[in-house]
Ligand binder design. Sequence first.
Ligand code: ATP
Length: 416
Amino acid sequence: MDAFSGVACSGDITTHRRTLSYRGKEFNTEALDTIGKTATMGKLELNDLTKVFGDGESNIIAVDGLNVTIENGDFLVLVGPSGCGKSTTLRCIAGLERTTSGEIRLDGRNITDAKPKDRDMAMVFQNYALYPHMTVRKNIGYGLKITTNLSDGEITERVESTAELLEISDLLDQKPKELSGGQQQRVALGRAIIREPEVFLMDEPLSNLDAKLRTQMRTEIQQLQQDMDITTIYVTHDQTEAMTMGDRIAILNNGQLQQIGTPLECYHQPDNQFVAGFIGSPSMNFLSTTREEGRLINDAFELKLSEETLSLLEGTPDQLTLGIRPEHIELTDGTQPDAIVTQVAVVEPMGEVTYAYIEIGDETYTLSVDGETRIGAGDDIAVVFPEEKIHLFDSRSGEAIKNSTLTDSIEPAQQL
Ligand code: ATP
């Protein structure tokens, strides 16, 4: 099946109802009126969604009992390492992959076995999946041509409005091979937007772009999604994209949901060591410790715990993994009882911050300091792990037992 036309727009096309402001411009919706539908719905539920590939002898469980609800207009990012089941989940939602068990509901309607064209979803692929022999104009309008009975004139009008929105009006008569990667990605977005579906599905849409364009397109997609208010599921393996784009992120590993929450919840309050290590760059540092008489003991240091933390640890195993983010390790003068004396192995000045790699025992850990702090390779330094900033995980199960506390008073940004 053709990958793109398989996910078609259906439903009534009626008069559009809003003003879009995009990249600092207000768009008169009379032009865009022709694109949309009223009262877009889009609550999507995945109930125990499971997908197994294989012939019964050597099976791969790509998606393992996934339970996720995405409210109308939400932007959910599915993130996780390569092979964790992100694309398979998206393809099941689109109907491009048959689910093994579980169900998919859109606005309460069971669409688990519905044909792709009956799902009112539009998908944007990593490789853009443009038709090479068609012009940009035809690529953008093709979906409407095959799934609606709009006249050629109406389709032309919609294509031109969409192209104007995405600033690709001057490319309408070119073919994909004449376009840059960023321009092709805009055409692919245009092809999805023009349908104004109930749900957008995006599978690593920016991964073929260079770093600068990626950042720019990231903002543009976010803004479009907010303005159009269409439920969106965005797949990426890039935790920065996940942190910056989504209202919520769902972190997968081995086909299983590890956590779903806002980016900051997942960053500060990870449910387990996998999430703690995956979200955040550079990654959280992990140190093996054993709890003994109110202290955490590691070959290279000891940390005395407060009564409050000890009460959280009641009934938990003695083998604990201590997690601390690079920005939470503090430099000290070495006189504090829990100070760890170490040497800086390597520094990476990034401008705003500097990353210093330090050795504790046989392992290397990352410390992040303000970019104006003078620190160099070979420096002897002392560091502490403030107790309110450490995370503790059950070393066997990886479950979080204690997370860092947000002690700083959080002030809202000054409003004008
Ligand atoms: P990536 O980020 O590398 O694209 P992903 O998280 O999207 O990875 P999937 O492509 O969903 O992962 O794959 C999940 C698992 O299912 C992998 O082990 C993969 O090899 C397997 N898989 C995916 N598609 C098929 C298929 N058609 N047949 C057999 N196994 C498959």
